[in-house]
Design a protein around this ligand. Structure first.
Ligand code: FES
Length: 282
């Protein structure tokens, strides 16, 4: 195991971080609860998480500012100052998108996430202090502070990458789940109770069936957000709501009605042949 991976494992196991992480996550969860806020910050309207897209703005601006500070010379000073300002202005919406995603995590992921947030928040403080120093003509001090902020930014980026690529936080949990392309029998129609979600197995895949008023629907049972069990969810007004974080999907086509999910839930065509419910991929 590399030294960095050992460090990540140590952070994941540091339960003392929960003392800060849990109340902060609870507070964030309450702030982002209204559906429009949740959908915007989660990227539910985009079909992709918002936070990774937003991080390009402050990271790009501050990285280029640091480059200009280092090798740009006098002529590059106005451009460097502008980039520092742009990074500061874009940091807040980026942070809110990230906090929204993080508030749904648990255990080791939540601990790494709070350290990631702390590193980036400290980087923001550094670049803000650097801007103040630039405005007051203390250019050398400004550059040193910005360089420190850049180091913190890279550390925060590493932790964020660890969460996404090593821990799979906020990836689409149905990305590799593909049901049958041909009509496949999954259940005797008489075994399905109306107005009750039912879990069925199709090979390695599990689906949730729902029949109401003669209309039969089928969705992948694993929530695209973080893998919650949709068969244990509640159904209302043609939508199923995940019991874990409240993502709501339209049963007809799997589209996201309410985040935090940003990826549609795979939906299946259904029919009844000779008393058996059959499904196939759309
Ligand atoms: S697992 Fe998060 S809403 Fe379903």
């Amino acid at each position: 195991m590399s030294a960095l991976h050992k460090l990540m494992a140590r952070i994941e196991q540091t339960e003392a971080l929960d003392k800060v992480a849990q109340p902060v996550a609870g507070l964030v969860g309450r702030i982002v609860k209204p559906r429009p806020i949740r959908n915007i910050l989660s990227g539910s309207y985009l079909g992709h998480p918002l936070h990774p897209l937003m991080t390009d703005l402050p990271i790009g601006a501050w990285t280029m500012a640091t480059l200009l500070d280092t090798v740009g010379g006098r002529r590059a000073e106005p451009a460097a100052d502008l980039l520092v300002t742009a990074g500061i202005l874009t940091a807040a919406p980026t942070a809110w998108a990230g906090l929204n995603d993080w508030s749904d995590t648990q255990g080791g992921d939540r601990r790494v996430g709070i350290v990631h947030a702390a590193a980036n928040a400290t980087a923001l403080v550094c670049f803000t202090a650097s801007l103040v120093a630039r405005r007051s003509g203390r250019r050398r001090v400004a550059k040193v502070i910005a360089l420190g902020g850049f180091g913190l930014l890279m550390s925060g980026g590493y932790l964020g990458g660890h969460l996404s690529y090593s821990r799979g936080v906020n990836i689409n949990h149905t990305a590799w789940r593909e049901g049958p392309a041909e009509w496949t029998s999954v259940l005797a129609a008489s075994e399905l109770t109306d107005d009750m979600p039912q879990l069925v197995q199709v090979g390695d895949l599990s689906l949730v069936l729902y029949r109401s008023g003669g209309t039969l629907r089928a969705l992948d049972s694993v929530c695209s957000h973080m893998g919650g069990p949709l068969d244990e969810g509640t159904v209302d007004d043609g939508c199923v709501t995940c019991p874990w974080h409240g993502s709501t999907f339209r049963l007809a086509d799997g589209s996201v009605v309410r985040g935090p999910a940003s990826s549609e839930q795979p939906a299946y065509e259904t029919r009844v042949r000779e008393g058996h419910i059959e499904v196939r991929r759309r």
